[in-house]
Design a protein around this ligand. Structure first.
Ligand code: ATP
Ligand code: MG
Length: 287
């Protein structure tokens, strides 16, 4: 009996969202305590807790079949793994940043400079592709303080909001790679029929969760005279559900809308006489 093993970050920025995704997919995740390997009681998977740096290699070597990790780590480790899904969270980018006081005038500024980073492979590749010869200084953490303590003229690091750069008087000048959390797999997972079938079930659940993001369930009472117009405003996936109310001349209409247009739709529905509009979260969406 072969069991899928999924590697995830022990602690850190991706830990909570990884566990939430698994839990929403019906995989009970028990608190690992001091263990690094646990088994779910509700789905045939084992969970392997690792530092995020070690996840791409753990998957490429087959210590885990799947992994949830930042795409930036997958690229840096040059791990021969399959990126099965982009997960839509953990967004960040790897960027070049220079001191705010620098007279930056384009990528050529980096010629002959010293750049501090925790991502030397991605940086070296980018520099060589752009014909820039700069020296790459690998440091493990706190890259953003490097220029102020003389450990480099510039940095190449993860940026999300940009707040860390501002606090260290640095300016982002070039975005090199966009990243987000991804589900990776060892390609051999497809050769094991049992693992492949569990992976399919898992992906079906992940996809249902991802499709539900940004969607809202809407229900309201609507005068029958306005039904046709209401259906035009909130057409749903196939068509909205319409149920007669006990009071004649009125119906209850149910539909699903994208969150970013929710308020426009609500205003339009109010205008044609909708009442008692309820907006609910959509947890999963199976098409
Ligand atoms: P570990 O202890 O597991 O090695 P870490 O300290 O290397 O953790 P975290 O800071 O927890 O890593 O970040 C994990 C991942 O979160 C990053 O590799 C990146 O993909 C993503 N991420 C998203 N936004 C940010 C951000 N603002 N700073 C750092 N990482 C971010
Ligand atoms: Mg790490």
């Amino acid at each position: 009996m072969s069991t899928l093993r999924i590697a995830l970050q022990t602690k850190g920025r991706l830990n909570t969202d990884s566990i939430t995704l698994l839990e929403e997919a019906g995989i009970n995740v028990e608190d690992p305590g001091r263990k690094f390997l646990t088994r779910s009681s509700s789905f045939p998977v084992e969970l392997l807790y690792l530092r995020d740096d070690d996840i791409p290699q753990a998957v490429s070597m087959g210590a885990a079949d799947l992994g949830i990790v930042g795409y930036n780590e997958v690229l840096e480790k040059e791990a021969p793994v399959e990126v099965v899904r982009k997960l839509g969270w953990g967004a960040c980018r790897l960027s070049l940043a220079v001191p705010a006081s620098a007279d930056y005038d384009g990528l050529q500024w980096f010629q002959g400079k010293r750049i501090a980073t925790s991502y030397p492979k991605i940086l070296r590749k980018f520099l060589s592709e752009n014909g820039i010869s700069a020296s790459v200084h690998e440091i493990a953490g706190s890259v953003e303080v490097a220029p102020s303590v003389g450990l480099g003229d510039a940095i190449f690091d993860i940026v999300s909001s940009g707040g860390t750069l501002v606090r260290n008087s640095l300016v982002e000048v070039y975005r090199v790679v966009e990243s987000e959390a991804v589900l990776i797999a060892n390609p051999s997972v497809h050769d094991d029929p049992e693992k492949e079938s569990d992976l399919k079930r898992l992906l079906f659940r992940f996809d249902s969760i991802m499709k539900s993001h940004g969607k809202k369930y809407l229900l309201m009472n609507i005068p029958n005279d306005s039904l046709e117009e209401a259906i035009r405003i909130v057409p749903a996936m196939r068509s909205p559900t319409v149920l007669p109310l006990a009071q004649s001349g009125w119906s209850s209409l149910h539909s699903v809308v994208e969150e970013d247009v929710l308020w426009d739709k609500v205003h339009a529905l109010k205008e044609i006489g909708a009442e008692g509009i309820l907006v609910l979260d959509v947890e999963k969406l199976v098409l």
